[in-house]
Ligand binder design. Structure first.
Ligand code: S3P
Length: 414
């Protein structure tokens, strides 16, 4: 059994820094993800006058408190979570700040956060980065999300902490609930009833808490997929198995995958467990829009697995993939076509006929970390796959290739 060590969860790492910055007192974070997107959040918070220090034992300590007007533009790099969640926090400050990012982030829609935050009283200028957030006195609103997005939900909830009165968010479908769980962990009263989440503001959060970030499920998903394709079993311990993230496992089960989850427990209000995966014969399935938000970041790797499954896999209701770090529907379709897969692109998904042999080719990562990692996993079993721009994995998973190369297969092109 090959044991694989996956770094801290990206979504939970962002939230621990951002919520920590809102607390009175210090928050100590263990196992914070060290990767590009998280460095962007740290840099933005430091630009806003928040003290964040790394301790000798590798923990991070955030000293929450007063935000100050930044001297220049806040650079969110490649990180959608940074720009959207930070907009929620800045909406309640007394100053104006400009948020920008790289060429990929500049293509990502921000109106989805601008609209609700404007209804709460802030002034957000710009539908795409750079955006200007003019903070203000906020009032609570009831907002029905037009798209299932944890980033938008979280931006509103974070603004709701500073608003007066009730802020209610209604989700069309469940999306990751790390913000709600972490706020609960920090003692913030949150009402949750089905698709409705409600915070009664303003809320002062007391700090001096310690939070441990569990290994990232989305990063694990690449090696879970790898374990289904190669001869030796893989174990990943203590992974976050929050149900709002594990739609991928539900699909794998339906595809006939052989895996088990052991030692389930709660860590800082997040469920974790050990995942053991064994080589499996997979078959195609239909994936519809209800489950998509709970596996949105795993669709690239699921598409790779679909090529090794007998029969047809159809993914629908996943149009959000078009506005991720790249247009992921088109990135997957162009890469898989080059490998000789039978794939048809749909406006909101794709159809893959699996079970046909794939051949090596040079694949463009489109500077999208999850595209680079998904195709690299295919290289465990397909010879001569070369990935262009594979350094982009540093955005979420800098140790990805070290782990991949530690898995003994002669197929990998380095
Ligand atoms: C994230 C939410 C998802 C996901 C992203 C991280 C988060 O985005 O794709 O990688 O941390 O809240 P959306 O909320 O836009 O779906």
């Amino acid at each position: 059994m090959k044991e694989i060590s996956i770094p801290g969860d990206k979504s939970i790492s962002h939230r621990s820094l951002l919520i920590g910055s809102l607390c009175r007192g210090k928050t100590r974070i263990k196992n914070l993800l060290r990767a590009g997107d998280i460095f962007s959040t740290i840099a933005c918070l430091k630009g806003l006058g928040i003290r964040i220090e790394e301790t000798e034992d590798g923990d991070f300590v955030v000293e929450g408190g007063c935000f100050k007007k930044p001297d220049g533009i806040l650079d969110c790099g490649n990180s959608g979570t940074t720009i959207r969640l930070l907009s929620g926090i800045l909406a309640g400050q007394e100053f104006e700040a400009t948020l920008d990012g790289d060429s990929s982030l500049r293509k990502r829609p921000m109106k989805r956060v601008g609209e609700p935050l404007t209804l709460m009283g802030a002034n957000i200028i710009g539908d795409y980065p750079p955006i200007k957030v003019k903070g203000s006195y906020l009032k609570g609103i009831t907002y029905k999300l037009p798209v299932a997005s944890a980033q938008v939900k979280s931006a509103i909830l974070l603004a709701g902490l500073m608003a007066s009165g009730k802020t209610t968010v209604i989700e069309p479908l469940p999306s990751r609930d790390h913000t709600e769980r972490m706020l609960e962990f920090f003692g913030v009263p949150i009402e949750r009833d089905g698709s409705t989440i409600c915070i009664d503001g303003p809320v002062e959060i007391s700090g001096d808490r310690e939070i441990t970030v569990p290994p990232d499920f989305s990063s694990s998903a690449f090696f879970i997929a790898g374990g289904l394709l190669i001869d030796h079993p893989i174990i990943i311990r203590n992974v976050n198995i929050n149900q709002t993230r594990t739609g991928f496992l539900e699909c794998l089960k339906k595809m006939g995958a052989n895996f088990e989850i052991l030692n389930k427990k709660l860590l800082c209000n997040e469920p974790v467990g050990d995942i053991v995966v064994k080589k499996s014969r997979l078959h195609g399935i239909n994936i519809g829009k209800e489950i998509v938000p709970r596996m949105i970041d795993e669709i690239p790797i699921l598409a790779i697995l679909a090529c090794f499954a007998e029969g047809r896999t159809k993914i629908e209701g996943a149009e959000e993939l078009r506005v991720k770090e790249s247009d992921r529907i088109s990135s997957i379709a162009s890469g898989l076509s080059k490998l000789g897969a039978r794939i048809e692109e749909l406006p909101d998904g794709m159809v893959i006929d699996g079970g046909y042999p794939l051949k090596g080719a040079t694949i463009d990562s489109y500077d999208d970390h999850r595209i680079a990692m998904a195709f690299s996993i295919a290289s465990l079993v397909v010879e001569k796959i070369e990935i262009k721009g594979k350094e982009c994995v540093d955005i979420s998973f800098p140790s990805f290739f070290d782990i991949l190369y530690s898995i003994d297969t002669s197929k990998i092109y380095r």
